[in-house]
Design a binder for this molecule. Structure first.
Ligand SMILES: Cc1ncc(COP(=O)(O)O)c(C=O)c1O
Length: 382
């Protein structure tokens, strides 16, 4: 009999110093930072327990088994052949974004990214003293697209590194192969290195398929650094574990050099969890996608009825990008918090007209959220 997974259970996360749950008081639903409220797959928890039970928790090299598991996964899912030496393990994708800005372009080069975007894309260039060129995404009939002409103008203005997010946080878009081709060809023309954060690639809805940027062609692979991790998919963010795929040895050496003496090694716990998640977590992941898709549909139906808030169609991830601009609020985050809704402010992503809602939680929590939205929206109409 196949295993059942209970995503409806509301797990009490208080008392675990959870970043998500400690930010607000008990009367506010935490619907912000991108981790989910579900327990990680049982197979992962059991692998961790048995590793802890061994009792000796010393320095740990990257297990060869993990390399094999990743290689097999990339081959099966994307027909992507990756050699062991192309893999660089890091304690987090945000670490990778910061390393990329330091290592993959010169101090006088600019870094470009499409906004709105997950905040570290905007802070990483500044932390390494690089100029950031923000290229606003285009919104056409409710659908967001990268502005290819805008990216080209940024390249002409000196951008030599592109920080790309696909699937996109917060827009929830899965870039099509055609969109990726246009980005890649412009990067070829202007000799721009592509840093492609694909951390959300395992949570795609409606049968969509992810295309890794580096699989477009071998020339694209030569200028692309891809960041991946099982942390979003299997809810392992607190363990810190990710990896880069870097075919080009010069780019790889530059990144490895930039991390020397600064970036800590990846922990044995992250390695253990990564192996178990990738090797045995597939039934859980498929059930999770079904559940999240149901949550997305529930929210989309609700905001379809309450037209004061426009929800961007969500193609991937558990993050909904809500246009609250018609409410004309001075401080949308404070307003919704006063109704017990703890979302992320759009300002954090570069667009204050929006709020981001994390729906990686039990449907019961979302039902309560919707009741609170009703109260908040009714208030704006009186
Ligand atoms: C696009 C993206 N990249 C990276 C991260 C964080 O990655 P890590 O925890 O591995 O630093 C997030 C988390 O929300 C994210 O959405």
């Amino acid at each position: 009999m196949s295993e059942r997974f209970d995503f409806d259970e509301v797990v009490d996360r208080r008392g675990t110093s959870s970043t998500k749950h400690e930010k607000f008081g008990a009367d506010v639903l935490p619907l912000w930072v991108a981790d989910m409220d579900f327990r990680s797959p049982r197979v992962v928890l059991e692998a961790l327990k048995s590793r802890i039970d061994h009792g000796v928790l010393g320095y740990t090299d990257t297990p060869p088994e993990l390399i094999e598991v990743i290689q097999a996964r990339l081959r099966q899912r994307y027909d992507w052949e990756v050699s062991a030496e192309e893999l660089v393990f890091i304690p987090g994708v945000v670490t990778g974004l910061n390393l990329a800005c330091r290592a993959l372009c010169g101090p006088d080069d600019a870094v470009m990214t499409s906004v709105p975007i997950y905040q570290p894309f905007m802070t990483a260039p500044a932390f390494s003293g690089r100029r950031l060129i923000r290229v606003p995404a285009r919104r056409e009939e409710g659908c967001w697209r990268l502005d290819i002409d805008g990216l080209e103008a940024a390249a002409k203005a000196g951008a030599r590194l592109l920080l790309l997010c696909n699937p996109h946080n917060p827009l929830g878009r899965v870039l099509t192969p055609e969109e990726l081709e246009s980005v890649a060809s412009l990067c070829e023309r202007y000799n721009v290195i592509i840093c492609s954060d694909e951390i959300h690639c395992d949570l795609l809805f409606d049968g969509r398929c992810h295309t890794p940027m580096a699989t477009l062609s071998s020339t694209v692979a030569e200028r692309t650094v891809t960041f991946l991790a099982p942390s979003k998919t299997f809810n392992l963010a607190g363990l810190g574990g990710a990896f880069a795929v870097i075919r080009n040895s010069a780019l790889r050496e530059a990144l490895l050099e930039a991390q020397q003496g600064i970036v800590p090694h990846t922990s044995f716990a992250a390695y253990t969890a990564m192996i178990a998640a990738y090797r045995q977590g597939e039934p859980w992941r498929l059930a999770l996608i079904d559940y999240l898709q149901g949550n997305r549909d529930f929210l989309a139906a609700y905001f379809g009825r309450r037209e004061a808030i426009d929800m961007t169609p969500v193609e991937a991830t558990y993050l909904a990008w809500l246009d609250v601009s018609s409410l004309k609020l001075d401080d949308p985050a404070a307003f919704f918090e006063s109704f017990g809704l703890g979302m992320s402010a759009g300002d954090d992503f570069g667009d204050g007209r929006f709020m981001r809602l994390n729906f990686g939680c039990s449907r019961l929590v979302l039902e309560e959220a919707v009741r609170r939205f009703d109260r908040a929206l009714n208030m704006t109409q009186t």
